[in-house]
Design a protein around this ligand. Structure first.
Ligand code: DHB
Ligand code: FE
Length: 319
């Protein structure tokens, strides 16, 4: 069975990508930022996931005001880097995992989370910058396949934090019902506090960010009750990107080991936050399946029923 073994939270500041692409990582301003990811790259190299699910947001690169999916799952075999105005970033094409992605789409949709399925998509800094921060700068290929999950946090109304957290639980049920033994990590990306336009441009709220990270680790349910207006007021208009971290957190055990954290300000207009949470190793194997709520088990049996009917339809067709 496939298993989500860890969650990674990471900012996606586009200027970090520009610093990497233009060889500025040794400049003191950027060294401060990149030094916080050295241990994480070592952790990732040791962890060697088979697949990464990257929850991120598109910034009007693949989508636009013409089409605004709330949750869009990348089911394609590959996702080229998008041209965000300066040509595509010089990073490898992101290879997908179409089989696991199709399984996740089926499982999560039958579990009543209506994802949009995307079979062709370019990916912007929202995905490629966190990839660089955790996997470095490979020349030819990223070390593992990636399933992108794009979340609308750009146009009102974005999903609630609670919806994101519950989607994380549905993703976990999906992964754990995939028969192949795969080690999966899940990224929650974006944030932390920032506002890039208007009279409050430049807003950073470190106190609020740090409390968000504390609760992400210890009391994520508390975070699911934060309304959008509080994100906007306390973390700035673009701070709403932080709801994506709750998808990652929902996909993990209630109790996790925080194995690493890094926070620095500023990078461009943004507070850079980073956390690595592992599912408790001791409990693995005997651990109860997450989402054992009434809702979870109801979702499961509905899914099982739907699978049976799909099987019946399929076998009828072959008769
Ligand atoms: C900045 C941050 C973002 O998250 C983004 O998508 C664009 C710009 C910034 O800090 O400049
Ligand atoms: Fe952003």
């Amino acid at each position: 069975m496939a298993k989500i073994i860890a969650g990674i939270g990471s900012s996606h500041v586009p200027a970090i990508g520009a610093a990497l692409d233009n060889g500025k990582t040794e400049e003191p301003y950027w060294k401060r930022v990149f030094s916080g990811f050295e241990k994480s790259k070592e952790w990732m190299a040791k962890t060697k996931p088979d697949v990464a699910i990257v929850v991120y947001n598109d910034h009007a690169s693949a989508f636009s005001v013409e089409m605004i999916p709330t949750f869009a799952l990348g089911c394609a075999a590959e996702f080229p880097p998008a041209d965000e105005g300066w040509g595509p970033r010089p990073v490898p094409v992101v290879k997908g995992h179409p089989a696991l992605a199709a399984h996740i789409a089926q499982s999560v949709i039958l579990d009543e989370f209506d994802l949009t399925i995307v079979n062709k998509m370019e990916v912007d800094h929202g995905l490629t910058v966190p990839m660089n921060l955790l996997f470095g700068q490979p020349k030819d290929a990223w070390p593992c396949p990636v399933i992108p999950l794009a979340v609308n946090v750009v146009m009102y109304p974005p999903p609630t934090g609670h919806r994101c957290y519950m989607l994380g639980k549905a993703l976990r049920r999906a992964v754990e019902s995939y028969p192949e033994d795969l080690k999966v990590v899940i990224f929650g990306t974006g944030g932390l506090s920032h506002q890039i336009s208007g009279p409050r441009a430049g807003l950073i709220n470190s106190k609020w960010d740090k409390s968000f990270l504390d609760n992400l680790s210890k009391d994520p349910k508390k975070l699911t009750r934060i309304p959008h207006l509080e994100y906007m007021r306390e973390a700035g208009a673009e701070g709403i990107e932080m709801v994506m971290w709750l998808i990652m957190r929902g996909a993990l055990d209630d109790k996790v080991d925080e194995v690493y954290r890094f926070y620095t300000v500023p990078a461009s207009n943004t507070a850079v936050g980073h956390i690595i949470l592992e599912n408790a190793r001791k409990a693995s194997g005997t651990r109860k399946v997450a989402g054992k709520s009434k809702r979870g088990s109801a979702g499961k049996s509905r899914q099982a029923a739907a699978r049976t009917s799909i099987h019946r339809i399929a076998s009828k067709g072959t008769r």
